[in-house]
Design a protein around this ligand. Structure first.
Ligand code: EPU
Length: 497
């Protein structure tokens, strides 16, 4: 039986800010993606493991990266920032220190789970310590346990106890071991590698005695980016980008200079995919800078099947992806899966494309069982969506203007694309969610010719946009207004009685 996620059936939170979108115009122009949220968060967290300062470059200015900076400060790190770069000095902490990242911030985003591996590794390097982590938040895509993270850390030697407040890990010196991340998942969960789980175990294994083997590891580019940062800090890691990673622990890891190539957060492939799909859905022509075309192969191949013309231009780090959208996209079949497969994080954007395609498209998400339940709000724009347990069918046609509220980050992007295809004015509510993962989206949309205006609840234009640029930190508690902790995040920990 398919379960409806709570947020898709009425828990979506309305922002104070509404975007009035008059679509029907093809997106045209050039857009540069920011650093990837899902690489920046674990890279920021990993700085806790290093001795001395690390400067990370191309850190995107997002709600979630601001939250991570606040979390790091809350556990004693010195953090300074200039536009696009963040320098973290984790400071020393004595043996036996108890570390508890602020539970209200941890409950605000899934990415907070990436603190676990670095904190466990740091405790190991410093002769022992205790880490307490409350339930992590994030988009409600169905159950998102962290059982495989915890089971792996336990194999490395952490002692784990579930508490009323979350989970407590007692750490002495970790020992390298073989960890089977491909172990069968809990019933009802897909058998796919865990991305943040692999990252946590990379960090912990880098601080263990001896060699660890991570079998069934995630191959996502964000895992590779984190691994490269650790290697630049002195870690000994082989097999990044494959499903078996070998890590030989070291006694200390040093801070990394911002001049090192590994200190740059990679371009956001999901943001790049979002712009490409938006251009395909609106029959536009765009060039996307700052992403690696090979990381988007599954997305661009699918877009070609819908009739888009996709090519790469430029050389080396200046390569860009160019897309000419079809006048009328053809219907398609999309099945998400682990990298190098189609990312689950583009499925709602593809749902928007399916809604205006010629014929019936079929979308299957193999990573999060409830991802497609978030397609429900597309029906408000008159999309015809029929959700089955395995596959959701979307009959394409012309959409109508509507008032739509996004239930999660990527559905916010999908609904935005759908509204961009409609000639009349739609009121779209989702900017707070969107800013969790997209840097200055309003500015970029307008740069591509979209007619998007911010209005308040009375339909008036509010004050200046918050997209002036530059980091504004220490705002996390204000930002968390309206975001919520997801009770299904309470870690399942079968390894512990
Ligand atoms: N899973 C388990 N046990 C675990 C861990 C995961 O059963 O211990 C299951 C999950 O329930 C899910 C599947 O394994 O069905 C994959 O989960 P994974 O752990 O890979 O996801 P994640 O690490 O929590 C990250 C991104 C997601 C992205 C997924 C898949 C971050 C902060 N989040 O989540 O990004 O969709 O990998 O690529 O890195 C987003 O950016 O909007 C987003 C949701």
């Amino acid at each position: 039986r398919c379960e409806e996620p709570r947020s898709a059936v009425g828990r979506a939170v309305r922002d104070e800010e509404t975007w009035r979108i008059v679509g029907g115009r093809p997106l045209r122009g050039r857009v540069r993606v920011g650093g990837a949220k899902n690489a920046a968060l674990p890279m920021l967290a990993a700085t806790l493991l290093l001795d001395g300062s690390t400067e990370l470059r191309r850190v995107p200015d997002l709600t979630d990266t601001r939250l991570m900076v606040s979390l790091l400060r809350g556990i004693g790190a010195n953090v300074t920032q200039t536009p696009g770069s963040v320098t973290v000095d984790p400071q020393t902490s004595p043996r036996g220190t108890v570390v508890e990242p602020a539970p209200d911030l941890v409950g605000g985003m899934r990415g907070a789970v990436s603190l676990l591996g670095p904190l466990v590794g740091r405790a190991s390097l410093r002769g022992g310590g205790i880490i307490r982590l409350g339930p992590v938040g994030g988009c409600d895509l169905g159950p998102r346990p962290i059982d495989r993270h915890l089971a792996g850390l336990e194999v490395l030697g952490a002692t784990i106890a579930r508490t009323a407040a979350g989970v407590e890990l007692r750490v002495e010196r970790l020992r390298g071991a073989t960890i089977d991340l491909a172990a069968p998942p809990a019933p009802g969960l897909p058998s796919v590698p865990t991305v943040t789980g692999t990252m946590n175990l990379l960090c912990a294994a880098a601080a263990a005695d001896g060699t660890s083997r991570l079998r069934g590891a995630a191959r996502e580019p964000e895992v590779v980016a984190l691994g490269r940062l650790l290697v630049a800090a002195g870690a000994r890691i082989d097999g990044l980008g494959s499903d078996e990673i070998s890590v030989t622990g070291v006694r200390s890891l040093s801070g990394v200079s911002g001049a090192h190539p590994a200190a740059a957060v990679p371009g956001d492939r999901i943001e790049a995919a979002t712009w490409l799909i938006a251009a395909a859905a609106t029959g536009g022509r765009i060039v996307v800078d700052g992403a690696v075309p090979e990381e988007l192969h599954a997305v661009t191949e699918l877009l070609k099947r819908t009739g888009a013309i996709v090519s790469t231009c430029g050389r080396g780090v200046h390569r860009a992806i160019r897309l000419i959208g079809p006048t009328q996209a053809a219907a398609f079949r999309a099945v998400s899966g682990p990298f190098p497969g189609l990312p689950t994080d583009v499925m709602p954007q593809l749902a928007a494309l399916a809604s205006v395609a010629d014929g019936e498209s079929r979308l299957t998400d193999r990573v999060f069982p409830n991802r497609t339940a978030h397609f429900f709000p597309f029906t408000r724009l008159a999309a015809v969506v029929e959700r089955g347990c395995e596959t959701t069918r979307i009959a394409g046609g012309a959409l109508s203007p509507a008032d739509v509220t996004a239930p999660d980050l990527r559905a916010a992007a999908g609904l935005l694309i759908a509204a961009l295809t409609v000639s009349g004015p739609s009121d779209w509510h989702g900017s707070e969610l969107l800013r969790r993962g997209y840097e200055r989206p309003l500015r970029k949309l307008r740069g591509l010719g979209a007619n998007v205006e911010r209005v308040d609840q009375m339909g008036n234009r509010p004050g200046p946009s918050s997209e002036r640029g530059g980091w504004r930190l220490d705002e996390s508690r204000r930002i968390l207004r309206g975001s919520r902790s997801n009770p299904s995040e309470i870690p399942a920990c079968p390894a512990v009685a």
